[in-house]
Design a protein around this ligand. Structure first.
Ligand SMILES: NC(=O)C1=CN([C@@H]2O[C@H](COP(=O)(O)OP(=O)(O)OC[C@H]3O[C@@H](n4cnc5c(N)ncnc54)[C@H](O)[C@@H]3O)[C@@H](O)[C@H]2O)C=CC1
Ligand SMILES: O=C(O)C(=O)Cc1ccc(O)cc1
Length: 364
């Protein structure tokens, strides 16, 4: 197992600061750099590390992570290698083939560079949104070229593990096709759905529930970053989007043709809904394995008042059941909401009984 004691992170935004925070929790010494002095200061204040001296000689770290936007990475890598910032280098860009090609064109040392992509993230940006647990249980793609040293691959594998992620090695082009399907095309589809909301009036938007929030969450991402990601993975993303567009066009045509007659919707519409449910079931859970049985969800009615959630959490703690996740659904105008508690399946009955005994309105 490779040992990482000192790391450098260049690009102290959401991803760089999250990596730094995760490494700090594991006792790694971290030096940070960012071209934006405000981002660098905030990342340092959050405890992600100390500022790397802007120039001059440095003692090489075990690994340097470049977490800048994709098109900046090859040049930043080249200058980091020229300066001898670390023994091993990796990046975090959401696209891999163009980064590797451009790094080779700039004459970067590909023996010490192991391209990477942590598959945890969020729609937010900047160090203020960073979290040490962002990559827990997530995949972390590694795309070493044929020129990479085995020792360098071992170091970057260890980096991913220190951040709580599961490293997965694959070829850069295979990676780009895979993320076109599971990340980049979904982002565009979310944006397309969210963009329709611009045409909705106040009443329609008041009726928005959790479904539309789930489907559009990632559309909150930074358009400048996403234009870059899509530019660097254009054809694989376009291929997926063409299929999505076909499904949508077929569905719209069937809806228009079928009208309200029940038999009108059995063909393509039901077929898409069934395939959609099947496709979603194929997404592995956070800790690997199948998604569905991972957490049980226990709906509990809570009064919409200060302290209600704290009391509910305290009751769960007393029952000895850990709440893995929580979502709160509010009905506009009602004095109550529904807390959807996600718990491990083996604890749901115990929690349900304990909450019911404590007077909570539980709806298993
Ligand atoms: N946002 C997400 O959920 C994920 C993003 N990524 C990838 O991680 C990388 C960083 O993305 P985020 O952290 O989301 O963006 P961000 O905008 O939060 O942070 C990027 C940081 O890089 C800095 N930067 C830009 N050019 C630089 C340069 N030449 N030298 C030094 N610093 C520079 C910026 O000032 C900024 O602080 C991108 O390549 C992105 O594709 C990977 C996984 C998830
Ligand atoms: O917000 C989320 O859930 C994401 O999945 C974020 C994300 C964005 C870009 C990536 O390259 C990887 C992950």
């Amino acid at each position: 197992m490779a040992v990482i004691e000192r790391a450098v992170v260049v690009g102290a935004g959401l991803i760089g600061t999250s990596i730094a925070l995760a490494l700090r929790e594991r006792g790694v010494e971290v030096a940070l750099a960012d071209r934006d002095p405000g981002a660098l200061r905030l990342a340092c204040d959050l405890g992600a590390g100390s500022a790397l001296p802007a120039d001059g000689p440095v003692r090489p770290a075990d690994v340097a992570v470049i977490a800048a936007p994709p098109q900046a990475i090859p040049a930043v890598l080249r200058s980091a290698q020229n300066r001898g910032l670390a023994h091993v280098y990796t990046d975090a860009a959401s696209v891999k083939h163009s980064v590797v090609t451009e790094a080779a064109r700039l004459g970067c040392d590909l023996a010490t560079f192991v391209p990477g992509h942590p598959m945890g993230g969020s729609e937010k940006q900047g160090p203020s949104a960073a979290r040490a647990d962002l990559f827990l249980g997530r995949s972390w793609a590694l795309c070493p070229t044929g020129k990479a040293d085995a020792g360098a691959v071992a170091v970057v594998t260890e980096l991913a593990r220190l951040c709580g992620a599961d490293p997965l090695t694959l070829d850069a082009e295979e990676h780009d096709r895979a993320v076109a399907l599971v990340s980049h095309a979904p982002h565009v589809a979310a944006a397309a759905v969210a963009a329709r909301l611009l045409g909705g009036d106040g009443t329609a938007l008041t009726l928005a529930g959790q479904g539309v929030r789930d489907v559009t969450r990632i559309a909150g991402g930074d358009p400048d970053l996403w234009v870059e990601i899509l530019r660097h993975n254009a054809v694989p993303v376009a291929d997926v989007l063409a299929d999505v567009a076909q499904d949508l066009a077929d569905t719209a045509a069937a809806l228009r043709a079928g009208g309200v007659r029940p038999e009108g919707l059995t063909g393509p519409v039901r077929d898409l809904l069934a395939r959609g449910r099947e496709g979603r079931d194929r997404i592995p859970g956070k800790h690997g394995g199948a998604q569905a049985p991972e957490y049980a969800v226990l709906p509990v009615v809570i009064p919409d008042e200060p302290g209600a959630l704290a009391r509910l959490f305290a009751a769960a703690e007393e029952a000895g059941v850990n709440i893995e996740d929580v979502r709160i659904d509010h009905s506009p105008g009602l004095p109550v909401g529904v807390a959807q508690l996600s718990v491990r399946p083996d604890g749901v009955q115990r929690l349900s009984r304990a909450l019911a005994a404590g007077g909570w309105s539980v709806h298993p």
